[in-house]
Structures are given as structure tokens and as C-alpha cells.
Design a protein around this ligand. Structure first.
Ligand code: F6P
Length: 319
């Protein structure tokens, strides 16, 4: 393989730049030309593709966002768009593509692979919702951003004896809420993977109040409901006053943690190796500290399991 390309797609995540850098540097190290596709699949359809050099990825390992920019493209779901994309790649002599993104990006990579163009998927999303990897690139950084924010909110919650509902991202997955909730010692963690009874949430808060605890933190995954909705229910049904904080897109920014930089570098380099080995339609991940790869179509059929041990522990420690 002499020429490959790389793109980032879907919601950005801290560490995407480190992954792009790894693909480019490993490729050049192995004598391959590497092309960057700008604005994800939208850019691929438009032919927004440029050759990257060693210097193109200098000074980016520590930066959040993605130098290749990103987009979510409805247009790319069409067959004709995928054929156009493959033509644009082949016209430049590109033989393999590394896609860094979440499940929507994997779906695009699977489609291109089905149509005969070799693609490798790298899990880049803060949500940690991709099967076949223990962690996605950006999850650890987002988690630390959330922890830092909640620690600050806890200070003022304590001073004012208040209950705070903190809404965090994650789409349909509760990993950010679960890991952050455990890390900050939240009184309640609400995630979409587990049903909850508002009665029991309030009972638990009241039990805490009886013990002399006047402030509480509820970490709420956006996949359950909005903080506003929960706050309203608590007020209407239980006359419970709360304050809400929606952390929003700040969770997607910032300098990647060491963990995310190392993960992104390892996965990015492995993607280049897989293409050189003639592999296609693989989703790379890290499981039990080992870099692994799975059939991307199989990965898309699975549901990412909730780390049961972490959930159980969070329940045991937040009594
Ligand atoms: O998938 C990453 C993510 O940040 C989700 O956690 C969130 O639901 C979504 O993207 C937000 O998307 P957008 O940036 O398009 O509003």
C-alpha cells in the first residue's frame, strides 16, 4: 500500500489530533503517503483532500478538536455519495482509509468497505459507547473535565446547602455520568441503562438530610432526560428546590489527557499496520490493555455493555 487517507467524523473528541498524528507519522515512517480529508465524509464527497507531511501534524498532539475538522453528513448515507467518495479516493491513487469517529462514522466506513474500499475505524467519541474497546478516544479527557466542573459546583452546593442536578453528555450511554458520578462521590447517578424511581431518589436525598447532610449532587446522563425536566418534576411532586447545571459542549473540548494521547497514538499506528497487512473493515480498540481489532459490521450490531462492576460499586458507595 503506497497511499492512504485519514478523516475525522461526527462529534469531535479530545485526542483525535493525536490519532491523526499517529496515522500520518506511522504512515510516513513506513514509506506511505498520507492524505488528510477535511470536514469528514462531507469533505470526502467534495474532494477536500490534501497530502499531509510530517510537519502538518507537528504541535497538535496536545490540542483538543481536530485539525481535519469534522461534520455529520446525511448526504453520505446515499449509495451514490459513497460511490463518489470512492472515486475521489481512487482518482488520487489512495488505497485505504482510516476513519476516526463514533458509531455513525463506523457506519460510513462499513459502507465503503462493503463497496470494496478498505477502511479501518478508530473509536473517537467522548461517549465511550463503542463496542470492542474498553475506552474510546476522548472519554478520559471528557470525564476529567466533568469531574473538575462538578468539584467546583460541589463547593457552592455545600456553602448554600443546595441540591444540584448536573446534566452530562453521552447521548444514549451513561458512561460519562457513571464514571464521573463515582469519581465525585455523587449521591445519585441516573443513567439510561438503568430505570429509576423518582420516589427512591427523593427518599435517598431525604435520608441524607435527616443525617445532617444538606447538599447533594445528582449526576444525570442526557440520555435519561434533561436536567430541567428532572428539576421540574422534583419541584412539582416533592416541593424540592434544586439548581441545575448543564455542562454541554465544554465536555468535548480541551487538551487530551495522557491516557487519551497514548490510546490515540497506539490505535492510530495500528490502523496503518492493519491496512498494510491487507485488512479491511476492521474496528480497532483496546481491551485489557491490548490493542485488538474486530469486524466493523459485527461491532455495529452489538450494544456496548455497561461496566457492571463500576455501576454496582457506585451504588454501594453512594448510600
Ligand atoms: O457524540 C458526542 C456528543 O457530544 C454526545 O454526547 C452529544 O449528545 C452529541 O454529541 C451532541 O452533538 P452536537 O455537537 O451535534 O450537538
Amino acid at each position: 500500500m503506497k497511499k492512504i487517507a485519514v478523516l475525522t467524523s461526527g462529534g469531535d473528541s479530545p485526542g483525535m489530533n493525536a490519532a491523526v498524528r499517529a496515522v500520518v507519522r506511522k504512515g510516513i515512517h513506513d514509506g506511505i503517503e498520507v492524505y488528510g480529508i477535511y470536514q469528514g465524509y462531507a469533505g470526502l464527497m467534495e474532494g477536500n483532500i490534501k497530502k499531509l507531511e510530517l510537519g502538518s501534524v507537528g504541535d497538535i498532539i496536545h490540542r483538543g478538536g481536530t485539525i481535519l475538522y469534522t461534520a455529520r453528513s446525511e448526504e453520505f448515507k446515499k449509495d451514490e455519495s459513497q460511490h463518489k467518495a470512492i472515486k475521489n479516493l481512487r482518482d488520487l491513487g489512495i488505497e485505504g482509509l482510516v476513519v476516526i469517529g463514533g458509531d455513525g462514522s463506523y457506519r460510513g466506513a462499513a459502507k465503503l468497505t462493503e463497496k470494496g474500499f478498505p477502511c479501518i475505524g478508530l473509536p473517537g467519541t467522548i461517549d465511550n459507547d463503542i463496542p470492542g474497546t474498553d475506552y474510546t478516544i476522548g472519554f478520559d479527557t471528557a470525564l476529567n473535565t466533568v469531574i473538575e466542573s462538578i468539584d467546583k459546583i460541589r463547593d457552592t452546593a455545600t456553602s448554600h446547602d443546595r441540591t444540584f442536578i448536573i446534566e452530562v453528555m453521552g447521548r444514549h450511554a451513561g458512561d460519562i455520568a457513571l464514571f464521573a458520578g463515582l469519581s465525585v462521590g455523587a449521591e445519585t447517578i441516573l443513567i439510561p441503562e438503568r430505570q429509576y424511581e423518582l420516589d427512591s431518589v427523593v427518599k435517598k436525598l431525604n435520608k441524607g438530610i435527616e443525617r445532617g447532610k444538606k447538599h447533594s449532587i445528582i449526576v444525570l446522563a442526557e440520555g435519561v432526560c434533561s436536567a430541567n425536566e428532572l428539576a421540574q418534576k422534583m419541584k412539582e411532586k416533592y416541593s424540592l428546590e434544586t439548581r441545575i447545571s448543564v455542562l454541554g459542549h465544554m465536555q468535548r473540548g480541551g487538551s487530551p489527557t495522557g491516557f487519551d494521547r497514548v490510546l490515540a497514538s497506539r490505535l492510530g499506528a495500528r490502523a496503518v499496520e492493519l491496512l498494510q497487512e491487507g485488512k479491511s473493515g476492521r474496528a480497532i480498540g483496546m481491551q485489557k490493555q491490548q490493542i485488538v481489532d474486530h469486524d466493523i459490521i459485527e461491532i455495529l450490531k452489538q450494544k456496548d455493555p455497561l461496566p457492571e462492576g463500576v455501576y454496582k460499586l457506585s451504588q454501594e458507595l453512594s448510600i
